[in-house]
Design a protein around this ligand. Structure first.
Ligand code: 2AL
Length: 174
């Protein structure tokens, strides 16, 4: 992909293509459009990361709250975004046995109850066993630690989504 072509995209197309690199948060993409031209894909990624970093803590928690639970009601109801559906399926979240599913549901509930935002992890970088392990372990952390950790995971998800978009868009379509 030609980053110059990305930088030349009108606002609507830019948001159409990149609007879900942070799950359900097109406002992030809309905000960084003003910073074009981007010299590289990494520069676009850095602009997104910087935008998130300067948000107040409540804003960061808001970003976390825009994420669907892993193996949660949106997966069951078929209402996930395409990106999230593919990520969750890749990590086996759509194929949990009944004891894994009830453990996942219980721990997701405990996590949300404790922190007030959902557990977020980059599903593409983890498998089912590791996700359950992390979920259980991270329930023990302090809220500020989890807020920062969740945002780190959001950035990993964002990086992989950006890379996938670049690979999937022929240069002439950008
Ligand atoms: C997600 C999601 O939708 N994709 C991903 O990698 N992680 N959600 C989550 N709660 O961690």
């Amino acid at each position: 992909m030609d980053i110059a072509a990305v930088s030349a995209l009108p606002y609507e197309e830019f948001v159409d293509i990149f609007g879900n690199v942070v799950e359900n948060c097109p406002i992030v993409t809309a905000a960084v459009w003003s910073q074009r031209p981007f010299v590289s894909l990494s520069a676009l990624e850095a602009a997104i990361s910087d935008f998130i970093d300067v948000l107040p803590e409540a804003g960061k928690e808001g970003i976390l709250r825009c994420h669907p639970d892993l193996a949660g009601r949106h997966l069951q109801g078929g209402t996930l975004t395409r990106e999230s559906r593919e990520e969750q399926a890749g990590a086996g979240m759509d194929a949990l046995d009944s004891s894994e599913a009830s453990r996942m549901s219980r721990l997701n509930g405990e996590y949300k109850e404790r922190f007030g935002f959902p557990f977020v992890i980059c599903a593409r970088m983890n498998d089912k066993a590791n996700i359950l392990l992390q979920l259980s372990a991270r329930c023990q952390n302090a809220r500020a630690v989890e807020r920062a950790r969740g945002i780190e995971e959001v950035k990993k998800i964002c990086r992989l989504r950006l890379q996938a978009l670049v690979l999937n868009h022929a240069p002439n379509k950008l």
